[in-house]
Design a protein around this ligand. Structure first.
Ligand code: URP
Ligand code: ZN
Ligand code: ZN
Length: 478
């Protein structure tokens, strides 16, 4: 019997901490040796000195998630995870969203049915808590956290999803008691509703007014409030899809006061602006409707600064796949539908890694190590998947990307494998793309998508690392 199933030779390995040249020995889907001159494998791949990073962990994706408004997500677990693998992501964490009135357990079972036998790469689930009844808070949530659903999202906006401050406090308290990680969608719902009504009354209904209806201050206020509520309860939180300066300032303030407040940002806040929603009243801008909306060039720079200086822990896609053509995506309410009725969200699971490598690492904005931390390692730590996922180390899953780095290609939707009919990043130049992606040692991308649906496994998550460090019971907030 051979010592290894696979050796990847001459790999310029990059982790969140290091960079070194070595061979990677893989057996039974795990990394079992890192060294020079490894011998004895059923299969060998010569990386020829190219960069090899851990496979990406996209810790914010929406797959096959019912919306309840007539729109339908274009990607299920098969197309979404195939697309992820082709772009160098080997683990996704989508959401199991509770409908109001539904038990959390029923939501989780529903999402397992959607994923079972379909995923090409490994996946975990975040919960979305929309109805924190006594039974949910006292029984279901603690039980599910103990079973490996150790993170959940809370919305401060969207009528069908949002919690009020009292409900947020109750839910955060459960996270504190049980050691879970809470993700917050921070936008002030009433401000958005008030602005939306006034815009529509004035006849301003085109997609571009989506950005006007959700200015930075509604995100800043909600981010501030989320931080204050978490401080009161004394629990770590992560603010998701942060779009610009004012929200980042709130996160920095919290971090500088020793609060465990983490930030996530996404490609749309680096590469899109409010102008991407259109400069006239055409419906085309619907392609870039997402919340919070993209801002402007100044805010893009502040988001880059936040990636450089550690304000952000994770860089996720927030892949929310709606088709532009056809009756059930962005046009579910017709092409003349007001912005407030257009499905929120944009695709990005396949382009996240290459965009950040091309624009971040290749342009000298971030180091290769920071890239690995932001796209894989930190998510693994925050969501209880480390060290199985998120690193290149003995014992870790052999989730690996060999990079092609000297490219100059134009990004087009035809290159991609999602089930969406557009990419918001059409026409951007890319200087890098994964040459090969390995998931638990199996090649799932080498220029063509490989791997069978159903090979991806569900990953129960441990309690996140930050949840272990909390204030003592006796200490009260100032
Ligand atoms: O517009 C967005 N971000 N859609 C996806 C749902 C969410 O809030 O993350
Ligand atoms: Zn959100
Ligand atoms: Zn999202």
């Amino acid at each position: 019997m051979q010592a290894f199933d696979l050796i990847i030779r001459n790999a310029n390995v990059v982790t969140a901490a290091d960079g070194f040249l070595c061979d990677i020995g893989v057996r039974d889907g795990r990394i079992v040796a890192l060294g020079l001159g490894l011998q004895g494998a059923a299969q060998e791949v010569d990386a020829r000195g190219r960069t090899v990073t851990p496979g990406g962990i996209d810790s914010h994706v929406h797959l096959d998630q019912p919306t309840g408004d007539g729109s339908v997500m274009a990607d299920d677990f098969e197309s979404g995870t195939r697309s992820a693998a082709c772009g160098g992501t080997t683990t996704v964490i989508p959401f199991a969203c509770q409908q109001k009135g539904q038990s959390l357990r029923a939501a989780v079972e529903d999402y397992h049915r959607r994923a079972d036998g379909r995923a090409l790469i490994d996946y975990a689930f975040h919960l979305i808590v929309t109805d924190p009844t006594e039974d949910v808070l006292r029984r279901e949530l603690p039980e599910l956290i103990a079973e490996g659903y150790t993170s959940f999202k809370i919305y401060m906006t969207y009528d069908a999803l949002k919690l009020n401050d009292r409900e947020i406090l109750e839910t955060l308290s459960v996270a504190r008691a049980e050691g879970a990680m809470v993700m917050l969608h921070a936008e002030n719902s009433d401000c958005i509703a008030w602005l939306t009504e006034r815009l529509l009354a004035a006849g301003h209904s085109a997609p571009r007014y989506h950005a006007t209806s959700r200015p930075m201050l509604v995100e800043r206020e909600a981010t501030h409030r989320a931080i204050a509520l978490a401080e009161l309860v004394d629990v770590p939180i992560l603010i998701v899809h942060v779009s610009g300066r004012q929200a980042i300032e709130q996160i920095r303030w919290a971090q500088s006061h020793g609060l465990k407040v983490y930030g996530e940002t996404c490609p749309q806040y680096l590469f899109l602006t409010a102008d991407s929603l259109g400069c006239d009243d055409s419906f085309e801008g619907a392609k870039c409707i997402c919340s919070p909306p993209p801002r402007d060039a100044g805010n893009q720079q502040v988001v880059w600064n936040g990636l450089q200086n550690g304000s952000f822990e994770v860089f996720s896609s927030d892949h929310a796949p709606f088709r532009y053509g056809g009756p059930d995506g962005k046009r579910a309410h017709g092409e003349t539908a007001p912005f407030s009725e257009v499905a929120n969200g944009i695709p990005g699971v396949e382009t996240r890694m290459a965009l950040l490598w091309s624009e971040g690492v290749r342009k000298g904005r971030i180091t290769p190590q920071a890239f690995v931390a932001l796209t894989a390692t930190n998510a693994a730590r925050l969501y209880g998947l480390y060290p199985r996922k998120g690193s290149i180390a003995i014992g870790s899953d052999a989730d690996l990307v060999i990079w092609d780095e000297d490219l100059d290609i134009e990004l087009t939707n035809e290159m991609l494998h999602h089930n969406v009919d557009y990419t918001p990043y059409e026409g951007m130049r890319l200087t890098a793309w994964p040459a090969m992606t390995f998931a638990r040692g199996e090649r799932v991308w080498d220029g063509s998508p490989l791997g069978e649906p159903g090979r991806g496994e569900f990953l129960p998550c441990a309690r996140p690392e930050p949840a272990k460090a909390r204030r003592r019971e006796s200490e009260l907030p100032e």
